[in-house]
Design a protein around this ligand. Sequence first.
Ligand code: TXA
Ligand code: MG
Length: 336
Amino acid sequence: MITEILPVSGESTEKAAQLLKNGEIVGIPTETVYGLAADAFNEKAVEKIFLAKGRPQENPLIVHICDMEMLPVPALEIPSLAYTLAEHFWPGPLTMIFKKQPALPDCVNNGMPTVAVRMPEHKAALELIKKCGFPLAAPSANLSGKPSPTTAQHVFNDLNGKIPLILDGGKCGFGLESTVIMFNVNGVKILRPGAVTPEMLSEFTEVEIDGTVYRSLESGEQPISPGTKFKHYSPKADVTIIDTENDTLFADYVNSHDGTNTYAIIPSDDKNIVIKTRCFGSTSLEQAANLFDLLRALDDEGAEEIYVRCPEKTGMGLAVYNRLLRSAAFKVINLD
Ligand code: TXA
Ligand code: MG
């Protein structure tokens, strides 16, 4: 199959909608990461997503809607708090978990009683869902296990020959996947941190952060969010997070661990570091936007070892830290 990349336009969006109506899958831009979309109610189309990505069937997909009228199509028993949060954070990088409509095919969520729903903010994504008239099931458009794609080229690199079309909407603004929450008796529980931060949510309700945001699963532990159980965001290189407040300690550590293909990912230039470096920005928003692109670029350069300066663990920094932990297979060295 030839994989076309077309810049977003009325015409290319129409073409994408036709493909989706015909049961095909399409790479689409969103404000978080690129998604690989299918008609959520077309079982055969949804199965193509799992096949193209090599995604484990047990990992449920997010269903994307374009307006509040579409919410009851995949979801049942919507709590009033969801409407409050939707008012403030939709369209945007927030995914909420609801009871699922029985009509939604089981392959979307591995037969779970719940479904994850998001209204993306990217104009092309909203326009496409509107043109289709049905919600789109879409995971991140990477090969399973790899860092999520933040450009159309990343999607092409992973899925060339496996999908007919990628809509190119430019570089994703946030660069990390949406915040995933579920409702509990007191408010909400964050299963995956993202650009809608715990601090932002706590203006409206009580916020709990699931333990698996910070740690690997214990043996035999069944996570609430099945996605946390799989290998994620992993470049080919070995990634280690170096946690320290002290610039000199960090520089000394990486300088003494230089190998042939060793790199340090740091917030901003530091003349005391003599090994190869890449900067991912000094704010959490910049770091989020650059992280996956950098990990992919270092793979292309043949990096074998990557040391990353530990990000902040608050605000959007928590999302950066959460993805890095998984890239690093939870390898953190604390120097303080
Ligand atoms: O920003 C995003 O969320 C992107 C864009 C394309 O919208 N999508 C995305 O999808 O990141 P994916 O499939 O890579 O991640 C979906 C996450 C997984 O961790 C999965 O376990 C969780 O959402 N999830 C989906 N349905 C769930 C459910 N019913 N209960 C608990 N977790 C669920
Ligand atoms: Mg993903």
